[in-house]
Design a protein around this ligand. Structure first.
Ligand code: GDP
Ligand code: MN
Length: 395
């Protein structure tokens, strides 16, 4: 799950991470009022979308930049008016862009240096890692590729947590000494505390800015939260903005399904993440393109399976469906009943290839056979992939 920058600022404030004051606005008038409340001469207006690269982005109406540093409240209101209700395209939104329905108005700072700081979960070492770089405000993947020596990685021991010497090492690598080192140590510890307590899987501050009056502040923030920990993060869940998410994924999460929408046209309904991955691979191998990743899990109910099938059928790009079930914990007949229930409710004219194997497979096959649905049954992964790719090509 992701949140907006203005919400990230609320978390920063709660955990004591230094960041300029800001307010969210839904209309140009609200933006003007927010700017007057914040006061002062330097302000920044920032489009609120779940994507980075806003500064260099362009609105589909031609207006340039999702981040504008301006002088006064009047200008803040005018810029907010240009952004709100418009679609912003950045290198992270895809060509279709994202609709801007909120802007952040914040106190602008005079920047002397832009740095990079992130905390994330490192799968290779199974530890949380802090990433720091002097190359702030840029695309960090590019920095990692071209100048990896400019990136410091610090791993956090699960038993003893973040140590003060590690924070000092980070500050030193960023070239921050004296008073700035003290501020950085404080900021990094506060950020770590926030990351841990809020069950984040990523906190990225880019840029971490050093101001001309010698302050270290978080100027931008990207957060990812561990979905499996959301049950104990009520405050975080309250920040969820489903209008920013793929509607198919929102529906799937309501039913506790692991679903990720993709660009292809062959929908897959699979149990188990590993089998779901290999099903996508084998579709690709045989020249097809998966429309989604969908793992209904081991203990799915008939209702969950029916919901999964309805989400698949609701996607206009889907031209064929492959159901690939290996019933270990899963009962094959529960899958079959879910499919039949969903099709009876919403109808279906797409080719459907089903490979069922394992627990209660005979009953599952019987349910499908007696349903009257036009189903192509398959034996094994290769046969299933070949059949569904051929059916979609012929359709
Ligand atoms: P992003 O483009 O979506 O990553 O949005 P950022 O919040 O990182 O803003 C993009 C760029 O705008 C930053 O790298 C800064 O150079 C600039 N910027 C953002 N806030 C301020 C500010 O308060 N003062 C100044 N001078 N520049 C800012
Ligand atoms: Mn940024």
């Amino acid at each position: 799950m992701n949140i907006h920058e203005y919400q990230a600022k609320e978390l920063f404030q709660k955990f004591g991470v230094a960041s300029p004051e800001g307010k969210v606005a839904n209309t140009a008038e609200e933006a003007g009022a927010a700017a007057r409340e914040i006061g002062g001469s330097g302000l920044v207006v920032k489009a609120q979308v779940h994507a980075g690269g806003r500064g260099k982005g362009t609105f589909t109406n031609g207006f340039k930049g999702g981040v504008h540093v301006i002088d006064d409240a009047e200008k803040a209101q005018e810029i907010a008016g240009q952004m709100l209700g418009q679609t912003l395209v950045t290198h992270q939104t895809g060509p279709e862009g994202k609709l801007v329905s909120k802007v952040l108005v914040a106190k602008a700072v005079d920047i002397s240096n832009e740095l990079y700081l992130a905390i994330l979960f490192d799968r290779q070492t199974s530890r949380h890692a802090i990433i720091a770089s002097t190359e702030g405000g840029m695309n960090i993947e590019e920095v990692a590729e071209k100048t990896p020596e400019k990136i410091l990685k610090v791993f956090i021991h699960p038993g003893i947590g973040l140590q003060a010497y590690q924070c000092r090492k980070i500050a030193a690598a960023l070239g921050l000494r004296g008073k700035l080192m003290g501020q950085t140590v404080k900021l990094v510890s506060a950020l770590w505390n926030l990351y841990l307590k809020s069950d984040c899987s990523l906190v990225e501050v880019n840029p971490l800015a050093v101001t001309t009056d010698n302050q270290v502040v978080a100027l931008d923030a990207k957060f990812n939260f561990d979905d499996n920990a959301l049950y104990r993060q009520k405050d975080v869940v309250a920040m969820r903005d489903t209008s920013e998410e793929d509607p198919r994924e929102v529906a799937a999460s309501e039913f506790g399904l692991n679903y990720i929408g993709l660009d292809g046209n062959i929908a897959c309904l699979v149990n188990g993440a590993g089998l779901a991955m290999s099903t996508m691979d084998i579709i690709k191998l045989h020249g097809g393109d998966p429309a989604n990743f969908l793992d209904v899990g081991g203990g799915a109910s008939k209702e969950q399976v029916a919901s999964a099938f309805k989400i698949i059928l609701g996607d206009p790009n889907v031209k064929g469906i492959l159901v690939n079930i290996f019933g270990g914990i899963m009962d094959c007949n529960v899958i079959a009943e879910g499919i039949v229930a969903a099709v009876k409710e919403v109808g279906m004219s797409l080719p459907l290839v089903v490979r069922l194997e394992g627990n209660n497979v005979e009953a599952g096959k019987k349910t499908l056979a007696e349903s009257g649905l036009a189903i192509t049954s398959a034996d094994g992964l290769t046969d299933a992939a070949e059949k569904v790719v051929a059916a979609v090509a012929a359709a």
